[in-house]
Design a protein around this ligand. Sequence first.
Ligand code: UGA
Length: 432
Amino acid sequence: MKLCMIGTGYVGLVSGVCFADLGNDVVCVDKDIFKINKLKKGIIPIYEPGLSELVKKNYKSGRLSFTTNLSEAIKNSQVIFICVGTPTKKNSNAADLSQVFYVAKEIGKFIKSFKIIVTKSTVPVTTGDKIEKILLKNAKRKNFSVISNPEFLREGDAINDFFFPDRIVIGTSDKRTNKLMHSLYAPLLSKGAKYVNSSRRGAELIKYASNAFLATKITFINELANLSEKIGVNIEDISIGMGLDKRIGGRFLRAGPAYGGSCFPKDTRAIVDTAKEFKTDLSIIKNVIKSNENRSKILLNRVSKLLKNKIKNKRITFLGVTFKANTDDMRESSSLVMIPSLISKGAKIKYYDPSGYKKDFDKFKNISFSENIKSACIDADMIIIHTEWNDFKALNFKKLSSKKNVIVYDMRNILSPDKMKKDKINYFGIGR
Ligand code: UGA
């Protein structure tokens, strides 16, 4: 099938490359000429394991191409995916749809034969209706079908998530379009993915509901971790014990710092905003947002307590600062809240992250990036494992630190408390 992805950000690039790998002809369009030229040379603008190899392979095969020429790309494609960004609006909780609407207007100008126009970006319910209106205004006649096909890829696992999805959601009531989308996804359906055909608004809501529910699950286990700490049980036992109930499921029940990233914080805010528009109170999601915003404060209080309320001049090392492992993404990472707070109390911070130095901390004094784990930890009073990179899972803290009583605060519970006890490390985890 001939496909066009508009926007070569996370969603567009990963989906485009993977569709090409499944044998489709895919053209990826972006207005940023520098980005397009780099992609043609195999230089990838985002950090995603395995993506670079897949881009090079499919570009070489001729199934994948990159361009800034939107009209040509639209003319030559049957299915057009809108994959541009939908960030939170300034001073508001609503999603900023200006890029989506701009693209819709442009598409309208270039439609000559029947096209399926798909929103893959996360867009609030009714966006499909609005896109259809824009297209009707700009196209000569109604020769298109606007549908919703939300994306469920996780950063760091995106390629695997694309090829082995739990479900494909297609929001359309048009039979011809549904048949075509079903055949596009047939290679994934034959591997066990379920196909869900709903209304367009239904598909738009499925995306937000899924992210909000996962955020709720994480927040639920984080609050239970607070309780576990007080009553002296291990939150890991609770997650396993609950998660084995198939109605609950064990995934996304890992206690840790506040959830972050470019999706959960933004999408929970946006669904509350949509509900408000429809005069509905999503009180659970509102409380999830509040609880998550308070999470860093709770962990910071624990840091303070472990340091006997003496933070001034303490050397604190962060192992990992990204919002999760296998990404270089700092968006809404809890390290962006915790590190400045500790600096303001007089701590001296060092950090190491396998994805490298972060300019986010440039504006602060008393913080430095270390090139390796050893130099980050050598003189630390406290080592905080903030992100669950594999690199941190088998460290020998006795050898890493020159300080006998170094405190290890494992905010991701990636280390074994028994082993730490055996090694005589001053070790603390989350909810245990
Ligand atoms: C999330 C969803 O998982 C994807 O399905 C969705 O497609 C994507 O948003 C999106 O809307 O684009 P992502 O933000 O890449 O994916 O990352 P997650 O793996 O979901 O992690 C989000 C946050 O939750 C991270 O801070 C992570 O550390 C935290 N988390 C996750 C936990 O604290 N505990 C868990 O058990 C799982």
